[in-house]
Design a protein around this ligand. Structure first.
Ligand code: SF4
Ligand code: SF4
Length: 476
């Protein structure tokens, strides 16, 4: 690999082939808008300027490395030209940071303060353009803020391959637009363009005007939407910015979901279903145990469940493929010998959902089928003629399809009519209320952390299973 010099220091280029890649990999920051590690190089923002010894200033994103190359990333000529480029980019930009959702995460805002910082010299009015152009039901485009870096266009061509976006017209009239009469609704990965847009031109309809990003913090988690198990960040209010005037749930609500980069699983992308995880978690929560539909304490429900388990002659457990590795192990250790266990699918593809593709989306819509099957086998659920007790853990079971007269012990999360149809219902914690791990379809184990309080009356499944295995009357 060729050795080059950056700011006088010898650096190893490794596998990298361009100056920008080598600089970033070795801790020399070079600002950039249009370059993205997963997209092709276009070199149109002209901000990643560096000075090449003996050759002057040029863009680093497509400058090839060769033995002995000597680069300055912050020389006076670089600073002057970079500043001029930022001034040019800001010429028609509205600088409406005060009402822009990207403020606090906008690279144009950051670069302006770092590399320019001057007020505008132009006295000409800024060009006006479309402010709220709907690209889909999920994404709004503000053309005045767009700096024409073309990242969004390249994403739809090179990554999601929907080819929905293009550029029309030229010069300062140039616009990002959908191709012909298409919309980004056709692209199940469309929301990634919101993340990679370096400015606030592409906005999420569900997140727009919901919060300033500096009031939020991310919790690392795993999308349970399919067996890929993409790692994600769940964004919610920081505890120190909790608003007493808000409903308690509002202070802990998941306001947006973004990818948590993971080269082994999802790279820097997730699909739109993963973005909607907040809505999935926001469903009305079950927080009281039921005995034949009657509200009881969790202790009473656990005692009743113990009696059922003790009296059962042939008990079947339908184990959740949404259970964490820790919960699954706890179930096997505590109750694995008491029940005949089958792994069930908690979730099936929804109507109009992309079932499977070549990028990320998997046909199995459960996050931990592999982890569950490694402990309980791959047989499809079946019931013997004498099955008299069925433990249902999680979603996905049609109660009407169960053998008639069988007793049901149901461990669930949401307020559902089925809760009252079970002999005993015990509410258990959801993914955002506990920590754990899922094993994805390729065997990669990823961790998730809690970011919401567990409601009173709800118990962690990992705690519950040993309690269910204890004799009736034991402490619960
Ligand atoms: S909308 Fe954003 S990502 Fe697309 S070209 Fe404009 S600035 Fe770049
Ligand atoms: S590909 Fe699967 S795991 Fe990844 S974000 Fe989409 S639904 Fe979630």
């Amino acid at each position: 690999m060729p050795g080059i010099f950056i700011n006088g220091e010898p650096v190893d280029t490794g596998e990298h082939r361009t100056v920008l890649q080598v600089a970033l990999a070795n801790g020399f920051y070079v600002p950039h808008f249009c370059w993205h590690p997963e997209l092709s190089i276009v070199g149109n923002c002209r901000v990643c300027l560096v000075e090449q010894e003996g050759r002057g200033v040029g863009i680093a994103c497509n400058m090839p490395v060769y033995e002995g190359l000597s680069i300055q990333t912050d020389s006076e000529p670089v600073r002057v030209q970079r500043k001029a480029m930022l001034e040019f980019i800001l010429l028609n930009h509205p600088v409406d940071c005060g009402i822009c959702d990207k403020a606090g995460e906008c690279t144009l805002q950051d670069y302006h303060y770092t590399y320019n910082g001057e007020t505008a010299r132009s006295h000409d009015p800024k060009l006006r353009s479309t402010k709220f152009f709907p690209l889909s039901e999920r994404i709004i485009l503000d053309n005045e803020r767009c700096i024409l870096c073309s990242r969004c266009v390249r994403f739809t061509r090179e990554i999601s391959k929907s080819n929905v976006l293009g550029m029309e017209q030229r010069g300062d009239s140039m616009l990002v637009r959908p191709v012909e009469d298409r919309t980004l609704d056709d692209d199940p990965y469309s929301d990634n363009v919101i993340d990679i847009c370096p400015v606030g031109a592409l906005l999420s309809c569900s997140f727009q005007y919901q919060a300033r990003v500096w009031y939020l913090e991310p919790t690392p988690s795993v999308c349970p939407g399919c067996a890929r198990g993409c790692t994600v960040n769940l964004w919610h209010r920081k505890p120190e910015w909790r608003l007493n005037a808000l409903d308690r749930r509002e202070n802990t609500r998941i306001l947006r979901v973004t990818p948590l980069e993971n080269p082994r699983v999802n790279g820097p992308w997730i699909c739109n279903k993963g973005r909607d995880l907040g809505a999935l978690i926001d469903r009305p929560r079950a927080d009281r145990a039921l005995l034949k539909g009657r509200r009881v304490s969790t202790k009473e429900a656990i005692d009743a469940a113990r009696e059922l388990i003790l009296e059962a002659k042939s008990a079947v457990a339908l184990v959740s493929s949404w259970g964490s590795n820790e919960e699954l192990r706890a179930f096997r250790n505590a109750l694995g010998d008491t029940f005949t266990c089958f792994v069930k699918s908690d979730s099936e593809p929804a109507e109009n959902e992309v079932v499977e593709d070549d990028l990320l989306i998997r046909a199995d819509k459960n996050p931990n089928t592999r982890g569950a099957q490694s402990l309980f086998g791959t047989d499809a659920p079946k019931f013997a003629e004498d099955t008299d007790l069925i433990l249902i853990w999680g979603e996905g079971v049609d109660f009407g399809s169960l053998p008639r007269g069988v007793t049901v012990l149901f461990l669930g999360y949401w307020l559902l009519p089925e809760n009252g149809h079970a002999e005993v219902f015990i509410p258990i914690s959801v993914q955002t209320e506990r920590r754990g791990h899922y094993t994805n379809f390729e065997g990669v184990v990823s961790a998730f952390e809690p970011c919401q309080p567990r409601p009173d009356g709800v118990i962690d499944a990992e705690t519950l299973f040993p309690l269910l295995a204890a004799p009736p009357g034991s402490p619960a």
